[in-house]
Design a protein around this ligand. Structure first.
Ligand code: MIC
Ligand code: SF4
Length: 643
């Protein structure tokens, strides 16, 4: 029987388990990436493992998230990361070089390889035909130390693309269509494999927009075949030698096949406050727009920015619109400058930001109160922009450009101009001087720990009885942005006691104080949640900080993959309701109790949870592999490493 692309790459990397969808497998990891906001914890964890050097083929540490540097914290982090990279053989991409996913795609990704990254948009490199997966920092640290990466063997859904995109419709509209079909919940342990005739017309940067935002569906990753387009892209990056052709066998089988005719897709938008809240742009016609932000790791390639430059040439941004651009990488910015497009953008009134995450993570360019912001980024969660009552819509670069001109939501097909044709450079000018390669034999290099570099908190062993208070009860689709905000708070990523003060800040600002005082009284905290708990960012701080505040269990209707793994890594029990409606019988402040935790965990993982306040009981379950049980019993993965 033929194999699909995912099976082929996984089979070549399989170290533990069998490729049976639903079963746990361990795979060899060829490449890792980290960024500065998750990287400091990942490398503190890596240091604790006492391994002399990274054991992967390639590990890259990027500085791209916290580049605003208000106060000493971010700069301390950058120096720590640079010095750790030097000591342990890690490639270091300096601040100013670009967003990790864009740079990795340009300079390092290779068809057929495996990559894990401490960032949920790591699947971007699936555009090159690699298995690229987002993970918590601790899992990335373990992979750098030479351990396998464990995951549930995914089911593979094929997305069969036919037809060609019509003018003014682009890759962003394709992934918004996919989000409309799949939504942002219920897709864990699934890979989306793209195939069909329609794939042939999509360039690698366009494919990257699609694989990048597959993360919003909650899938393990997304992947495209490696074909002629991949070869052209790698050639333009002067690394054609990295090309290998890769495709599914003709008789490959899939869990499901979904057909999408590219020629039928219209300009789409994701409305506030979820990337799966899809509408056509045409329906949004009358809404006025205050801000347009172009960039982020989703849509900041040369093609995206040149398309906008061509649309805006000779025009000025509408007086009601603040127009912001963050190019994806230094390579993109240089090419824009060399080819004259940067001048067109500047002339149109664009406010040029650094080649970094910038506005996307809400640490700058927050919109006005109640403002409408159109962004080409990938997430529009409530408050993520830094303005709690702003309305953020996700759109394609074409729709963004149309709003810059008109000051309101406009279907770009109504601009009454010819759709600009963008030819990708045959060769980009390659300048890797902002990438520092490790020097051999620098084991004695000093690691620089400024005052912002904290210590690694540890979790105690799993207690035999959890007698806890429901410190918070939340609803469906709680994202890790809700659990621990980024934006202005992100500078505390390396200081867990401080960062923990902001857990659930935008949901219930009293949470952290209440949880801490419960912990100080020697009691435990429990979180109760609805469906799809832990969507979005991979930040392990959404587990680490609750752990620090004394959270020992989360009971939810369902969990998202990366967050569930992070909870286990930090010794927090991820429990699911056996009967979903039992969620309705718990209130905040109820006292819940489970006994014999160790025995039950080692057994079938089905716990009887007593609600002491209400005098009732219900069942919750924790379906785990043997390996995960051992981690939880030890109180977290770090307690099992050989420090
Ligand atoms: C995001 O887009 O939410 C982030 C910031 O890149 C996160 C990582 C982080 O929180 O540091 C992600 O996507 O994993
Ligand atoms: Fe950076 Fe935004 Fe991409 Fe996250 S989604 S890596 S914050 S650009």
């Amino acid at each position: 029987m033929g194999k699909n692309l995912v099976e082929k790459i996984l089979a070549q990397h399989l170290i533990a388990g069998h490729l049976w969808p639903g079963a746990e497998i361990g795979i060899r990891i060829d490449q890792t990436l980290t960024q500065d906001a998750t990287g400091t914890m990942a490398y503190l964890q890596f240091e604790a493992m006492k391994v002399p050097a990274v054991k992967t083929e390639l590990s890259v540490s990027y500085i791209d998230h916290n580049t605003i540097q208000i106060g000493f914290e971010n700069a301390d982090d950058h120096l720590y990361l640079q010095s750790v990279a030097r000591k342990y053989g890690i490639v270091f991409s300096r601040a100013g070089n670009g967003i990790c996913h864009q740079v990795h795609l340009e300079r390092f990704g290779k068809p057929g390889k495996t990559l894990i990254g401490s960032d949920s948009h790591t699947p971007t490199c699936g555009a090159l035909g690699m298995i690229a997966i987002g993970a918590g920092g601790l899992d990335v640290a373990l992979a750098m130390a030479g351990n396998p990466f464990y995951l549930v063997c995914p089911q593979v859904i094929r997305i069969d693309l036919t037809g060609k995109l019509k003018p003014w419709v682009s890759a962003k509209d394709v992934i918004l269509k996919v989000l409309e079909i799949f939504t942002s919940k219920g897709n864990v342990n699934t890979v989306l494999e793209y195939g069909g005739k329609g794939v042939e017309s999509l360039t690698v940067p366009e494919r990257a927009t699609i694989t990048n935002m597959g993360a919003e569906c909650g899938v393990t990753t997304s992947i495209f075949p490696s074909d002629k387009m991949t070869r052209l892209f790698l050639r333009s990056q002067q690394r054609e030698k990295d090309f290998t052709e890769l495709k599914a066998d003709k008789d490959a089988t899939y869990a499901k096949v979904v057909n999408i005719d590219l020629s039928k897709i219209e300009p789409l938008t994701a409305k506030p406050h979820s990337p799966d809240n899809i509408s056509t742009v045409r329906k949004m016609k009358k809404i006025g727009v205050n801000q347009v932000c172009l960039g982020s790791c989703t849509n900041s390639s040369y093609k995206d920015l040149v398309t906008v430059a061509k649309i805006l040439k000779g025009k000025t941004a509408h007086p009601g619109v603040s127009f912001v651009i963050a190019p994806g990488s230094r390579q993109v910015l240089e090419a824009l400058a060399d080819d004259g497009y940067l001048s067109d953008l500047i002339a149109s009134g664009a406010r040029l930001m650094e080649n970094a995450c910038g506005f996307c993570i809400g640490n700058s360019q927050s919109p006005q109160s109640g403002g409408v912001s159109l962004r080409t980024s990938n997430r529009n969660f409530l408050g993520r922009s830094g303005t709690m009552d702003a309305n953020v819509y996700l759109v394609s670069p074409e729709t963004a450009a149309a709003a810059v001109i008109t000051g309101k939501f406009t279907d770009p097909r109504d601009l009454k101009m010819r759709y600009p044709k963008v030819t990708m450079p045959k060769k980009f000018s390659i300048d890797d001087s902002m990438i520092i390669r490790p020097v051999k034999k620098d084991k004695n290099a000093e690691v620089l720990r400024g005052p912002n570099i904290g210590i690694l908190p540890r979790s105690p062993e799993l207690p035999d009885t959890i007698h806890g208070i429901v410190t918070i009860k939340v609803g469906d689709k709680i994202t890790t942005d809700h659990i621990i905000p980024a934006g202005a708070r992100m500078k505390y990523r390396s200081n867990i006691p401080k960062y923990s003060e902001f857990v659930f800040e935008n949901v219930d600002p009293t949470f952290a104080k209440r949880a801490m005082s419960i912990r100080q009284d020697g009691k435990q905290n429990i979180i109760v949640a609805g469906l799809s708990y832990g969507q979005g960012s991979s930040r392990e701080h959404a587990a680490l900080c609750p752990m620090y505040l004394g959270v020992r269990a989360v009971i939810a209707k369902s969990f998202e993959r990366i967050h569930a793994a992070n909870l286990i890594n930090f010794g927090i029990l991820p429990l699911t309701f056996c009967v979903e409606s039992d969620y309705n019988h718990i209130n905040q402040e109820d006292i819940l109790e489970i006994t014999d935790t160790k025995k039950t965990l080692a057994g079938d993982g089905k716990f009887m949870m007593k609600n002491k306040t209400k005098g009732i009981a219900f069942y919750v379950t924790c379906t785990l592999s043997e390996r995960q049980k051992q981690i939880l019993l030890a109180g977290g993965a770090l307690n099992m490493t050989n420090e």
